[in-house]
Design a protein around this ligand. Structure first.
Ligand code: HPA
Length: 258
């Protein structure tokens, strides 16, 4: 039985799902990272695949953009397809001044202006938080451990030169803003968020965390910094895909070790 937005049969999805925003990224992960991946849904062009990685079943399904979209797909996966853990693999705009394009943010918490998350429980400001075990496993895969500053060079850097490490970016654990508005013009809000330690802005993590909490399941978002809010910076398409692959590797390590 398919759901309104997913055309797969029960059992078509693995318990662990990677979730990029872009359907073409889902296809690319399936074709280049997973083994024996097969297409399990393509409703509305939101492509989903199931294969294996290191012998473990893993699925990948695109989320589309924004909290309403990711909430639909996450709810249907958790509620109707037996999915237990979703890791969003996305991009984010760097807010904190020390972030550079290519850095990675493991989002342990997600502030939001979304009313469907913020007003989830009447009279309560809902705290959208990632699952600890997934967060800890992703951080450990990036070489971050308690007692050390919450940032590190990603794992593929271990034997690299300083220049390579700078080019490859660093990994941080911290809070993001999950905004409902991409073209927002509110510098004072952004400044206050940065003053309160917020690292980056994206548009889905808080929705994913709220759905996981509601369904009693697990979730995490790992975001590659693709642009900077307060400075000019850019990545070529090839660089962006390379950096994106490293977030995928952290997500797969989190699934294997959490
Ligand atoms: N804003 C919101 N979402 C984003 C951004 C941004 O600047 N960059 C990548 N995702």
């Amino acid at each position: 039985m398919a759901t309104p937005h997913i055309g797969a049969e029960p059992g078509d999805f693995a318990p662990d799902v990677l979730m990029p925003g872009d359907p073409r990224r889902a296809q690319r992960i399936a074709e280049t990272v997973l083994t024996d991946a097969r297409l399990v849904t393509e409703v509305r062009g939101i492509l989903g695949y199931t294969g294996t990685f290191d012998g473990r079943p893993v699925s990948v399904l695109a989320s589309g953009m924004g909290i309403p979209s990711i909430s639909i797909y996450a709810t249907e996966l958790f509620r109707f397809y037996g999915v237990e853990r979703i890791i969003r693999i996305g991009t984010a705009g760097g807010m904190a001044p020390h972030l550079e394009v290519g850095d990675v943010v493991i989002a342990h918490a997600a502030h939001t202006d979304s009313s469907i998350v913020g007003n989830k429980i009447p009279q309560i400001h809902f705290s959208a938080a990632a699952t600890f075990s997934l967060t800890a496993a992703a951080a450990e895969a990036a070489g971050i451990s308690p007692g050390k500053p919450a940032r590190a060079a990603p794992p593929s850097d271990a034997a690299g030169t300083r220049r390579r490490r700078r080019k490859n970016g660093r990994v941080y654990v911290g809070a993001v803003l999950s905004s409902d508005v991409f073209y927002a013009n509110r510098p004072e809000v952004n400044e206050a968020l940065v003053a309160h330690g917020t690292l980056a802005v994206e548009m889905e993590a808080a929705g994913l965390y709220a759905v996981a909490a509601q369904e009693g399941k697990q979730a995490l978002a790992i975001c590659t910094i693709s642009d900077l809010l307060f400075r000019e910076a850019s990545l070529s398409a090839a660089e962006r895909e390379l950096l994106f692959d490293r977030s995928v590797a952290l997500g797969l390590a989190a699934f294997a070790n959490a």
